[in-house]
Design a protein around this ligand. Sequence first.
Ligand code: ATP
Length: 334
Amino acid sequence: SRILGIEGTAWCASAAVHDTATDETVIESDAYEPDSGGIHPREAAEHMREAIPRVVRTAREQAERMASDGEPAIDAVAFSRGPGLGPCLRIVATAARALSLSLDVPLVGVNHMIAHLEIGRHESGFRSPVCLNASGANAHLLGYRGGRYRILGETMDTGVGNAIDKFTRHLGWSHPGGPKVEERAKAGEYVPLPYVVKGMDFSFSGIMSAAKQAVDDGVPVEDVCFSLQETIFAMLTEVSERALSLTGAEELVLGGGVGQNARLREMLATMCETRGATFHAPESRFLRDNAGMIAVLGARMYEAGDTIPVSESAIDSDFRPNQVNVTWDAGGDV
Ligand code: ATP
């Protein structure tokens, strides 16, 4: 089947087509870049309204190209139902409902966080991984058991990308901050920063305040960037290792925009290698927000008959991954 996916939970207006027969996924994205500060929900929604029709048009053209003569180009429309910014989600849901009705194809409502990790499972072929989602607004470890993704551990305050972005906002750097911190960290040396892991949960607020203070106190910004990465990523690596250890899983999958960071990937890969586990990080286009992951999971859900009528397609800006009743083959329990 061929699924058209639409993503728009925050900054990225994106549409994609996934063809299950060829495993081809084509993604068309249009990023919102704030003039100053972080993501403004109203501006992000205006960007969605303007960009979604354009990216959907391109994705539809790609679907037509993939279709053989006489075959319908699109079998179902999948969209990110949450979590995310309400004003953005509403625009995406409206576009998805309109397309589903006008093409007369089923509608599939996808949880954005599960899409972040299922793409890694799809690419790697892992059966029972633990999944680390290191995205902008979230940070958590998930494992699959008894028909649901369970949250094994998570941030007690902000998401990991948002924490880094808040630090760079303090420095007056433009959004997003993650890639800039990665670049500046290359020339840095270690200075101590707070390290907060409580069991399987972790917190970023203390370390962010300390990092801002260090810069204000005159510690070289390269050193703070380096130490910020070392500390935050060590925390994420520690909880990932604990999750592998406690569940007995032997596979780790990474998801989310912060997963594009080479140092995080290196630390996770080293940890996995040391304990004889296998590690998979998807390619960058599938890590940051993108509709490809919505189309890929949308296809699994569609093929499992997991579609929704328009009347039951309300968005959920707080949609937690463990609320999803998994209907598709999500591997085995960990
Ligand atoms: P969510 O997926 O949780 O709704 P989001 O939409 O903000 O959040 P993503 O697209 O997954 O998230 O990730 C965006 C985040 O990734 C931003 O905070 C950005 O700073 C961060 N990021 C991007 N590249 C890098 C990098 N190389 N190193 C660290 N962080 C990065």
